[in-house]
Design a protein around this ligand. Structure first.
Ligand code: FS2
Ligand code: SF4
Length: 546
């Protein structure tokens, strides 16, 4: 195996024996073969687009299977083998479609032609070096191909949540096809791939806007909300991940059963949506960011439902309490699929919860959130006044991800030491590094404004664009906003590319720069966009406040 797609890549270069995330060599290789197969499908689909032949099944398949390969989403080798088989079958159907139209398919890559007639043959192909990251020898081309692939993975995740709520865009699907197919194209130069990287950012913006419209269209605009972090004395289910449609179905099915529902990690912002406030048994948020789940699942006592990443390989005694759905999966954990009407039956989890003890309280009190674009723009006058009078000197976008590395203590210290006339704008699980600190407010404006999940970084961009308009500036970079973003997995990659596309410069990225950026590609990002890493808290604050 060789994997360097996340921030925790071993030694800052790549995992080669077993993932730091817990991904086995077998699963890593199968994920590579999954992506390779999707690239082959994309190459055929792209030829189809040119010949006027469309493949909606391939669009859906690509979106879903890419999502499965995101860090901490799916650890189940058998699921990947089954999915690869589906991909091969789909690919042959696509080829037959061309034949039926008398269109010749020529110049196909091995990714579009390889076959396997058994699980062993699939595993053998997965183990061969020519399907993985290192198959591309030139390190800059490899770096750009992977940067694009990871961006598209993040985009696929967001597109899938929107799709679950009935929203899709043909252009986004067409971009998956274009981008994945381009990563097989030996004729694409480094410059071509740099241009495609920026285009990936454009579609990242479109996809996040689509998801924002899907979430707010279905559940209303997030509003200022105090979220309880204590517990009640009823049996309960903990729901994690990002999918609001899954949450809605769980809330409906648990209503009146005596079983409470709590959110974990990235599901916290669900409490900010008006539509979920009517459920009295939707009690609050339990615990912290994803990487603390082993201890927190122990004390939670009840069953846990993962709707997406981030899964930490569970202790064996917790496996029978963990359920997965959608793109998520872990061997031994029960997976719940939707039926033909797109409904998921969570009754088994509910019955399971009734037999288990209520959660043990690990903290209590409330945390504040719900500052997505609509809510912040409703407070725009107040915010603009505070900037004009100098009460707010600067905003710090600290969106992104949390992770287990000790070096992430930087973000807690950074938030804590920021001057009191600054405001943090956050989204994603990065917030858990500072959302329980007492940072106070500025004239009633809290010093930490949480917009929501990682995809709600889009909200922060909308807010910045609005402020640019209000202050009549020509450039988004003239605003008193600094970007100090923490990244971990591939959704953060699409968020970063989206911000670059919107023209944001001088983003600081930490706790380390991506292992998949070669020195030359890093140089392009530094020279063109002023991307930088992080230093010490004191030096960085001084630099940002200049
Ligand atoms: Fe956090 Fe993990 Fe949100 Fe990422 S819970 S790192 O999936 O996408 O952020
Ligand atoms: Fe390593 Fe991250 Fe890849 Fe897991 S996802 S194998 S931790 S680089």
């Amino acid at each position: 195996m060789f994997c360097y797609q996340c921030q925790e890549a071993a030694r800052g270069t790549g995992c080669t024996v077993r993932g730091v995330c817990g991904k086995t060599d077998k699963v890593a290789n199968l994920q590579d073969l999954m992506v390779y197969t999707l690239k082959g499908i994309a190459q055929i689909a792209e030829k189809g687009l040119k010949a006027g032949v469309k493949f909606p099944d391939a669009d859906y398949f690509t979106m879903h299977s890419l999502f499965m390969t995101i860090t901490n989403a799916n650890f189940d080798d058998e699921v990947f083998i089954a999915e690869i088989k589906k991909g091969l079958k789909l690919r042959e159907e696509m080829k037959r479609e061309f034949e039926s139209k008398d269109v010749k398919l020529e110049g196909l890559h091995d990714a579009a032609t390889w076959t396997a007639d058994s699980n062993e043959a699939i595993l053998a192909k997965a183990n061969s070096v020519n399907v993985g990251v290192l198959a591309t020898e030139n390190e800059d081309i490899r770096s750009l191909r992977e940067l694009i692939t990871y961006g598209v993975k993040g985009m696929a995740a967001y597109a899938k949540h929107a799709y679950n709520l009935g929203k899709e865009k043909e252009e986004v699907f067409a971009f998956f096809t274009k981008a994945l197919s381009a990563t097989l194209d030996e004729g694409m130069s480094a410059d071509d791939l740099v241009a495609l990287t920026l285009e990936t950012g454009k579609y990242g913006v479109d996809t996040m806007a689509m998801l924002d419209a899907a979430n707010t269209g279905a559940y209303g605009n997030p509003e200022i909300t105090e979220v309880n972090i204590g517990t009640r004395n009823n049996p309960a289910i903990l729901i994690s991940g990002h999918d609001l449609k899954d949450l809605e179905q769980l809330l409906k099915q648990t209503e009146g059963t005596g079983v409470d529902v709590y959110t974990h990690s990235e599901m916290l912002p669900a409490h900010y949506y008006p539509a979920f406030k009517k459920y009295d048994h939707f009690v609050g948020n339990y615990g912290n960011a994803w990487w603390k789940q082993k201890e927190e699942f122990e004390s939670f006592n009840g069953p846990i439902l993962f709707t997406t990443n981030c899964i930490v390989p569970p202790k064996s005694e917790h496996i029978q309490r963990i359920y997965t759905t959608g793109a998520a999966g872990f061997p031994g954990c029960k997976h719940i699929d939707a039926d033909e009407n797109d409904l998921k039956d969570f009754s088994e989890i509910i019955e399971h919860a009734k037999k288990l003890a209520p959660p043990k309280e690990i903290e209590n009190g409330k945390i504040l959130g719900g500052f997505a674009h609509n809510q912040v723009l409703a407070l725009a006058d107040k915010v603009v006044d505070a900037v004009k009078t100098g009460a707010i000197k600067k905003f710090f976008v600290m969106a992104g991800c949390d992770g287990r590395m000790k070096s992430r203590d930087y973000y807690t210290e950074f938030a804590d030491k920021l001057p009191k006339d600054t405001v943090i704008l956050t989204a994603g699980c990065a917030k858990y590094r500072y959302n329980k600190l007492e940072l106070g407010d500025i004239g009633g404006i809290p010093r930490v404004l949480d917009a929501g999940q990682c995809n709600d970084s889009y909200s922060l961009a909308v807010i910045a664009l609005k402020l640019k308009e209000v202050f009549e500036l020509n450039d988004i970079n003239e605003l008193p906003i600094a970007y100090n973003i923490a990244w971990y997995e591939q959704k953060a990659v699409i968020v970063l590319l989206a911000l670059l596309y919107l023209g944001v410069k001088n983003i600081h990225l930490g706790p380390t720069l991506p292992a998949f950026l070669s020195p030359n590609v890093t140089k392009v990002l530094v020279d063109t966009f002023g991307i930088a890493g992080i230093g010490t808290v004191d030096e960085d604050i001084e630099m940002f406040m200049k």
